[in-house]
Design a protein around this ligand. Structure first.
Ligand SMILES: *[C@@H]1O[C@H](CO)[C@@H](O)[C@H](O)[C@H]1NC(C)=O
Ligand SMILES: *[C@@H]1O[C@H](CO)[C@@H](O)[C@H](O)[C@H]1NC(C)=O
Ligand SMILES: [Mg+2]
Length: 261
């Protein structure tokens, strides 16, 4: 009798665990077969493969790429205009706030933000240009920047507002050249970023031909030499957060559309 009830008990557990198909996590996923693939088992599945490519990009395993793979245009387009991009952006920015609020903020505390795809979104431009599938066109992109109508990334704007109310000063460091400084300042204000400590644009006479890592590290070093403490550093490119003087914490926002070294 005892043995039978134990067997019954174990069988119930096995059945119950078999039925754990993920519904309790709010999604009806299937456990992908964890078996070695060979022959047709290893075939290319567009959306799944493009999702892996995007993960590779965000983790900085896929580097120095020039354009989004042609076969991923629809996937990346759907990602960018859909809920996932917004949600990923929210997760990153939220972590920034949760960290900032644990600190005792002083007058010298700053948060460094990149501009493109970090505070301002060029999604309206990229939606017209294949979501990163088309090669970079400097003329067309500069014309878009000069229009000064880039919308804010809403989740970053939320973080910005919270940081300002915590007393954190804001510094923008952008790869945009000095000749785009005025239009960038105008665009930032229009988008709701109404004040800042500094807006640093790229001096091409010093940094022409240098990487973003070199340029941004060097400008952050200057800030620290001036006595500022960089408590957080947000960017959509790894080159925004790699190098030296990176700040107490870094925040990598999603961007599967272009790569800047
Ligand atoms: C912040 O300041 C308070 C009061 O001076 C102190 O008790 C606390 O440890 C400080 N927290 C940090 C993270 O420095
Ligand atoms: C780049 O954009 C400009 C302005 O829209 C256009 O005239 C030009 O043909 C484009 N160049 C390429 C290579 O597509
Ligand atoms: Mg950027």
């Amino acid at each position: 009798m005892k043995l039978i009830s134990i067997i019954f008990f174990v069988a119930t557990i096995l059945i119950a665990s078999n039925e754990c198909d993920g519904l309790e996590h709010g999604s009806n996923y299937q456990i992908f077969p964890l078996r070695m693939k060979s022959g047709l088992g290893g075939h290319y599945i567009p959306d799944v493969s493009c999702q892996s490519w995007r993960l590779g990009v965000e983790a900085h395993n896929v580097i120095n790429w020039k354009t989004v793979p042609q076969e991923c245009e629809t996937y990346i387009g759907n990602y960018m205009v859909g809920d996932q991009y917004r949600s990923d952006s929210k997760t990153v920015n939220r972590e920034g706030y949760l960290y900032a609020r644990t600190l005792n903020i002083t007058n010298y505390d700053i948060w460094v933000f990149d501009v493109d795809e970090t505070t301002l979104s060029n999604l309206p431009y990229y939606a017209q240009h294949g979501f990163g599938v088309e090669p970079y066109n400097e003329t067309a992109f500069n014309a878009w920047v000069e229009s000064g109508v880039a919308p804010p990334l809403p989740e970053t704007l939320k973080l910005y507002n919270k940081l300002v109310s915590l007393g954190v000063k804001i510094v923008f460091i952008t790869g945009r050249p000095q000749k785009q400084r005025d239009i960038t300042a105008y665009n930032l204000k229009q988008a709701g970023y109404y004040k800042w400590e500094k807006l640093i644009t790229k001096d091409t006479s010093i940094y022409g031909g240098k990487t973003a890592v070199t340029y941004k590290s060097s400008e952050r070093k200057k800030l620290e030499e001036e006595g500022y403490r960089i408590i957080g550093n947000s960017g959509d490119q790894w080159s925004d957060i790699l190098g030296t003087n990176t700040g107490l914490r870094t925040y990598k926002l999603p961007d599967p559309v272009y790569y800047i070294s």
